[in-house]
Design a protein around this ligand. Structure first.
Ligand SMILES: [Zn+2]
Length: 324
């Protein structure tokens, strides 16, 4: 338990008094009605600053003393299967060229990725906008299907009622197609509106995977109140999309990026925590990029002492270990 205790101490040090202060002066689940001017944050009162930063925070560390089978590290591979939704569909700016890149995702890249996971016997989690779902569920059955919005809508631009309606629609669509109600939520574009976490809680999701407070699993805290929702955190460093965009300004050579993933994994292994990598089939499923994924898998398997798991299995395990 020692590693777990030191990890908990680390989490407590990172968990500020701010949250406790706000919890004592504000009803759980409500947003502060501050009269502050968003254009002048330097003039906000202490209370306003505390309330603003404390809406969604990291709570207790849920990293277990060890993972199933005594493994040192949990390896969670996730794929956001955006396809056409991010090539204009979500904004209504539909255009043939970009849409063809989206179709490449479902037509070529996703089967390539699923075949690799199946050949390597690695369970993975696939987050789908409901509009990406049709026709691509022919996987082995060991993978998890989770939800990634209705049409990859930008939830930060929606009112709460619309955001909730779209998410409920998406969950119903996935359940109808797969026969299983998804238990995991990943926000499109990895951001929450002021309503997102409330909706996620109301809908009873087991876990959320869009935030970045830690690289270990933890419990989300909303306005000072523990939510019972497990966060499986992501990071832009551990996302293929910005770094593999050949027209972006942060492009990286796939083999160089593979080394970043390997270094992240090695440190997670050393610390006995979790390695969660987000990929996109339409991005990493290209021939020159899947080489990087293959190299990473080879490295992880050679290192050994790992637990490959879906996000759902990891979330259930950490909850159980923490007695939640
Ligand atoms: Zn996405």
């Amino acid at each position: 338990m020692t590693s777990s205790i030191s990890a908990r101490l680390g989490a407590m040090a990172a968990f500020p008094l701010l949250a406790l202060t706000v919890a004592s002066c504000q009803a759980p689940g409500t947003r502060a009605q501050s009269t502050h001017d968003p254009a002048e944050p330097w003039n906000w009162s202490d209370d306003v600053v505390r309330a603003e930063v404390n809406h969604v925070r990291a709570g207790r560390d849920l990293n277990p003393a060890s993972w199933p089978g005594g493994a040192r590290v949990a390896v969670l591979l996730s794929y956001d299967v955006d396809n056409e939704t991010v090539y204009g569909l979500r904004t209504g700016e539909v255009s043939v060229g970009p849409l063809s890149q989206g179709q490449y995702g479902s037509r070529v890249a996703l089967p390539r990725i699923v075949n690799l996971m199946d050949d390597e016997n690695i369970p993975a989690t696939f987050f789908f906008p409901a509009w990406s779902l049709a026709g691509v569920i022919a996987s082995s059955g060991m993978h998890e299907i989770a939800v990634h919005g209705w049409i990859h809508e930008l939830n930060t631009s929606l009112d709460g009622a619309t955001e909730e309606r779209l998410l409920r629609q998406a969950v119903a669509a996935i359940e109808e197609i797969t026969g299983v109600r998804p238990v995991g939520y990943r926000a499109p574009s990895w951001n929450h509106s002021p309503n997102t976490l409330r909706i996620v809680r109301d809908m009873g999701f087991l876990y959320e995977s869009s935030l970045m407070h830690d690289d270990r699993p933890y419990e989300l805290v909303q306005d000072g109140e523990a939510t019972g929702v497990v966060e499986l955190p992501v990071e832009w460093i551990l996302d293929d999309a910005p770094l593999f965009n050949p027209r972006g300004n942060s492009y990286m050579n796939p083999r160089d990026l593979m080394q970043v993933w390997i270094d992240e994994f090695d440190k997670a292994w050393e610390e006995g925590t979790m390695f969660l990598l987000t990929m996109h089939p339409h991005v990493s499923g290209h021939r020159s990029r899947i080489v990087a994924l293959e190299g990473l898998v080879d490295h992880i398997k050679a290192k050994g002492d790992v637990w490959f798991a879906t996000h759902e299995d990891a979330a259930r395990y950490v909850r159980e270990q923490a007695g939640m």
